[in-house]
Write a protein of this length. Sequence first.
Length: 84
Amino acid sequence: MAAAPQPSDDDSKPPPKCEYSNVRREGAQSSWELACERPTMSGIGKATSAPNQVSLLETFELKMPFGSRSIQHIVQARRLGDCP
């Protein structure tokens, strides 16, 4: 499964080209692996959902010419109610 943000009209750099693999869904839990080019990045992620909330954790290693860097995303969301 490939993923990339929509192209933009400004002069910014092109978005990274990413591919998801080993996507698994079991009940309320999902997991995946991710590999990207430009910049080179790889990592894993997992998500858990419940009726009114979701938790997401992604861990990546970004490789650059001057070294590598670890990145971690943690997202926790909760439904508060209907929109007015």
